[in-house]
Design a protein around this ligand. Structure first.
Ligand SMILES: NC(=O)c1ccc[n+]([C@@H]2O[C@H](COP(=O)([O-])OP(=O)(O)OC[C@H]3O[C@@H](n4cnc5c(N)ncnc54)[C@H](OP(=O)(O)O)[C@@H]3O)[C@@H](O)[C@H]2O)c1
Length: 231
């Protein structure tokens, strides 16, 4: 099952998946920022007797620039999509997942989860939430059949920068140099999930970046990010 807002894009993707992988692929066009969306997703699965054994929380977006550029409604929308909806889906689907001999939750956080990121401050905070939640509930679910994996990708070639309205030339140039292919990132995420990994950092550069967040002073990391995003 695939879920997002844009029905046309979902239909095109669903056709591609059915053709290329000879599997069924159903879709639900829904806005995951709506507070009753998780319930609608859950009911849709039940009505169609979908026996869910993998839950992927991938939908998410950022808001870039000076944090004062956005009002609380904009932040609430992002926090709902990035944090509240994934948590709500997890709570709803745990009983279904537990019925399987093996089940998986795959949460997409970000390399931004490891540090404060001036210029993407509130987005980075939502991803720290996803990261910390994922590691915490993984431990709490250790005696169950459910394995929780969190993926922290770095720059990936998707519509992310566009939707986050990243305008800094420095950030755009850095992303152009470092961008990973989305299919490579997705493969790493799924392989990590099936291998039962707690955490997946995609690619050598992002692993190095994650290591630097451990050894460098926070003030240096924040100055670097602020300069990259032009704040
Ligand atoms: N690209 C990067 O550099 C990068 C790096 C680290 C982490 N990430 C994370 O990776 C995940 C995937 O993002 P992406 O890079 O693939 O960006 P993207 O190309 O913008 O894709 C975002 C996906 O989320 C869906 N989505 C967004 N808002 C939604 C809403 N309100 N309701 C339902 N679906 C919604 C979008 O579909 P619709 O627009 O049709 O709704 C789309 O399928 C996100 O969680 C992002 O934070 C991305």
């Amino acid at each position: 099952m695939i879920i997002a807002r844009n029905e046309e894009q979902l239909m095109a993707l669903s056709k591609e998946i059915i053709k290329d992988y000879k599997v069924d692929c159903r879709l639900l066009a829904i806005d995951l920022s709506e507070s009753n969306a998780p319930e609608k997703v859950f009911n849709w699965c039940n009505e169609n007797s979908f026996d869910v054994n993998i839950l992927v929380n991938n939908a998410g977006y950022g808001l870039s620039g000076n944090f004062l550029n956005y009002d609380i409604a904009s932040y609430q929308n992002m926090m709902q999509v990035n944090m509240t909806t994934p948590l709500s889906l997890i709570l709803k689907f745990i009983p279904t997942l537990k019925k399987h001999p093996k089940a998986y939750i795959l949460n997409i956080a970000s390399a931004a989860a490891y540090q404060a990121v001036p210029g993407l401050s509130i987005y980075a905070a939502t991803k720290s939430f996803v990261f910390s939640m994922s590691r915490g509930i993984r431990y709490e679910l250790r005696e169950t059949p459910i394995s929780v994996t969190v993926v922290n990708p770095g720059a990936t070639d998707t519509n992310f920068a566009n939707r986050a309205d990243i305008k800094s030339d420095k950030a755009i140039r850095a992303a152009e140099k470092l961008n990973m292919d989305a299919s490579v990132v997705a493969k790493m995420a799924v392989e990590g999930m099936y291998a039962g990994k707690a955490e997946v950092v995609t690619g050598f550069i992002n692993k190095l970046g994650a290591f630097l967040t451990v050894i460098l002073p926070k003030s240096i990391l924040e100055k670097g990010a602020g300069s990259l995003y032009g704040v």
